[in-house]
Design a protein around this ligand. Structure first.
Ligand SMILES: NC(=O)C1=CN([C@@H]2O[C@H](COP(=O)(O)OP(=O)(O)OC[C@H]3O[C@@H](n4cnc5c(N)ncnc54)[C@H](OP(=O)(O)O)[C@@H]3O)[C@@H](O)[C@H]2O)C=CC1
Ligand SMILES: CC(=O)[C@@H](O)[C@H](O)COP(=O)(O)O
Ligand SMILES: [Mn+2]
Length: 414
């Protein structure tokens, strides 16, 4: 199977017949987060296979310094310049270079690593990830916001530079693996599974009043806070629809969502003859990350093996768009195209931050996203962004609109 280039599967420099002769050089953007830590764990278990070039974080200087030392990284970069003195002091005498700020982050992505993990949370990850894409690196893409915020542009840039994009997101990694069973033109449907989140069985009234503490209790996965809240609203699955649309070059009506509370089957591909090929695995991101790290080879995974007999049953149900309207909003944005997904993502980032700060109800998250999309449409903001600057300008304006809607009580916070 080949890695993904723009709009589908294409031949790349990676080939299954070429054994990895030397250590693969890797960089980790977002090394201190949930995906970053899982990546670090896998690299530490196979020290001969990898050499670490750059590691980055936002503000957590102590954690970044520790990771940089553990991995013997050549450079450690903090996005937030106010933590630079702490990082520099923590790495004094180690021989590890340090830097800070947006320029430092982009330079880290530009350093000559064969493979880059893109695991910064949010649309803020777009520029550094593109910096790796533009030099033709193999990019293991966890940051789904890159594709939601600027998907067409991102995939065009990958095609132009010859960068290989390997999907880390569990569902997309599953689909990527299942797509290897046939030809792209024989695919009739792709299904992404959703756990349903902590409120899958709750009534609409109970969901409306859910607290951050309740929403942060994901039934199956241990992840960073933003993606965990998105799982609870099902916005995560909505973002993943848009991610799949761009990654695999699928039309909106070729991608479906199925709620599967056990999170064992991660994604399925249906071929025109009726065959359905699925990928299964434990709910541990080290499985898809290991797939991307060694691709096209395989690593010995450290995770406990699936015991299907112990699980006894795997169940599936259709998503309920009345109780989880965010999924419907994301599908509409995917169909509308242009900058609608950019606005959807920006508004959701604002809404989730407001919810976490106790200033917006759980129901208010989808309501604010919907109102921001409507306001953006009225202001003529929804045309396709043709440059990164244009996409980030829409992102910025949409955040302002969302905050304004809340301040003016145009969307009720509670
Ligand atoms: N966690 C998971 O299992 C999954 C995550 N994903 C996606 O992967 C991405 C990362 O998620 P996750 O690991 O959960 O997130 P976390 O919040 O756990 O980690 C985010 C990482 O990004 C860094 N970061 C945050 N803000 C900035 C910024 N402004 N500039 C530079 N770096 C920044 C953080 O640094 P610091 O520690 O200093 O704050 C941290 O290293 C997201 O796009 C998510 O949707 C996809 C599938 C599964
Ligand atoms: C692990 C992963 O890929 C997450 O994006 C996951 O999908 C979250 O679980 P939900 O299925 O609840 O959104
Ligand atoms: Mn996912």
């Amino acid at each position: 199977m080949s890695a993904i280039s723009a709009g589908g599967l294409a031949a790349t420099r990676l080939s299954a017949s070429q054994p990895q002769a030397k250590a693969r050089s890797v960089s980790i953007l977002g090394a201190t987060g949930s995906i970053g830590s899982s990546t670090v764990d896998l690299i530490k278990r196979s020290p001969d296979r990898f050499r670490v070039e750059a590691v980055t974080a936002n503000s957590n200087a102590a954690a970044l310094a520790m990771v940089a030392r553990e991995l013997g990284a050549r450079v450690a970069v903090l996005a937030d310049e106010s933590g630079y003195a702490e990082l520099k002091a923590a790495l004094a005498g180690s021989g590890i270079e340090t830097a800070a700020g947006e320029a430092g982050l982009i330079e880290a992505a530009q350093r000559p690593a064969d493979w880059v993990m893109a695991a910064i949370a949010g649309a803020v990850g777009l520029k550094p990830t593109l910096a790796a894409i533009e030099r033709g690196a193999t990019v293991a893409l966890a940051n789904k916001e890159c594709l939601v915020c600027a998907g067409s542009l991102f995939m065009r840039r990958a095609k132009a530079s010859g960068a290989a994009v390997l999907p880390v997101d569990s569902e997309h990694n599953a689909v990527f693996q299942a797509l290897g069973a046939g030809r792209r033109e024989d695919v009739s449907r792709v299904i992404l599974t959703a756990s349903g989140g902590p409120f899958r069985t709750w009534t609409l009234d109970a969901i409306k009043a859910a607290t951050p503490e309740q929403a942060l209790k994901h039934p199956n996965w241990s992840m960073g806070p933003k993606v965990t809240i998105d799982s609870a609203t099902l916005m995560n699955k909505g973002l993943e629809l848009i991610e799949a649309h761009h990654l695999f070059g699928l039309a909106p009506d070729e991608i479906e969502v199925l709620v599967h509370p056990q999170s064992v089957v991660h994604g399925l591909v249906e071929f025109r003859d009726g065959s359905v090929v699925a990928q299964l695995g434990p709910a541990d991101m080290r499985v898809p990350i290991a797939h991307c790290l060694a691709y096209p080879e395989r690593l010995d995974g450290p995770v406990p093996r699936l015991d299907l007999a112990a699980l006894r049953e795997l169940t599936f149900e259709n998503p309920d768009l009345t109780r989880f309207p965010a999924l419907g909003l994301a599908r509409q944005a995917m169909i509308a195209g242009g900058a609608a997904p950019t606005v959807l993502n920006a508004a959701d980032e604002v809404a989730v931050a407001e919810f976490m700060a106790g200033r917006l109800s759980f129901a208010g998250i989808a309501a604010l996203v919907e109102a921001t999309l409507e306001a953006a449409g009225k202001r003529g903001l929804l045309a396709e962004p043709l440059s990164v600057e244009a996409a980030l300008a829409v992102d910025h304006t949409a955040r302002g609109l969302a905050r304004e809607l809340l301040l003016n009580n145009a969307v009720k916070a509670f």
